[in-house]
Ligand binder design. Structure first.
Ligand SMILES: [Zn+2]
Length: 243
């Protein structure tokens, strides 16, 4: 009975706090907190680069789109007071000469993971563009590792925001056991920002303004995540010691 009471009370506070965090943009006054020394660090990983173009459609290359949107994302997050670490900031990848195919890909990803794991980043956003044999597929999707609750929460918030992009296919977040999500130690989300294989979406992905909008939506999702995290940390601070 006692346990049930505690559980009910905790659930009650969680529901209330999540509602406060969601309903009040800026809860936790994040802009002010972030100006203090020790601002949270976010790692951003623009997929592919160099000889690895990722998805290709004519002369449109995924690696270029990834870099453009990640630079915009960096700017938006920095404007909100976060510190940002990019795993690449130009047209290259981290594989060494002499490696080929899967071996090179694995080396590149391992180097990126080393950068992320040693960066003191609190969360990771790895950004890609999708492609499928069926060109009807479209829309942006956020993926999380199935064992990461924080990763799932972050992905859900990002997905929620992406669903508000005008005329976008409204998708749900999904879990994934991709190499990057399996090997990073922090809550991580893989954002596939759209399908290059869909002609209508390809046009959008070539538009810098559209990429900026997607970057803003991802930023809004990150802010919601931090708002709830801040609310939770406040609640834990005020809980009775023997609770
Ligand atoms: Zn990719």
């Amino acid at each position: 009975m006692h346990k049930r009471f505690i559980l009910t009370t905790v659930m009650f506070f969680l529901v209330i706090l999540s509602q406060i965090a969601i309903a009040s943009p800026g809860y936790g006054n994040y802009g002010i907190i972030a100006q203090a020394p020790g601002s949270p660090i976010i790692a951003i990983d623009p997929g592919h680069g160099g000889y690895d173009p990722g998805a290709v459609s004519g002369n449109v290359l995924e690696k270029d789109i990834n870099l453009i949107i990640c630079k915009k994302l960096k700017e938006h997050l920095e404007n909100k007071g976060f510190l940002v670490v990019l795993t690449r900031n130009g047209d290259y990848n981290h594989a060494i000469k002499g490696l080929h195919g899967k071996e090179a890909k694995r080396y590149d990803l391992t180097e990126r993971i080393k950068i992320i794991n040693s960066s003191n980043a609190e969360i990771l956003l790895t950004v890609h563009v999708n492609s499928n044999n069926k060109n009807a597929y479209e829309g942006a999707e956020a993926f999380y590792h199935p064992k990461s609750l924080n990763g799932k929460m972050l992905a859900n918030y990002i997905q929620e925001e992406l669903r508000t992009v005008p005329e976008i296919r409204k998708r749900l977040s999904k879990n994934s056991k991709c190499f990057m999500l399996c090997n990073t130690k922090i809550p991580a989300v893989l954002v596939e920002i759209g399908y290059l294989s869909n002609p209508r979406e390809q046009k959008k992905l070539e538009d810098p303004q559209y990429l900026d909008l997607i970057a803003q939506k991802i930023t809004a999702g990150v802010l919601k995540y931090y708002d709830l995290k801040t609310a939770w940390e406040h609640m834990v601070t005020f809980l009775p010691l023997n609770f």
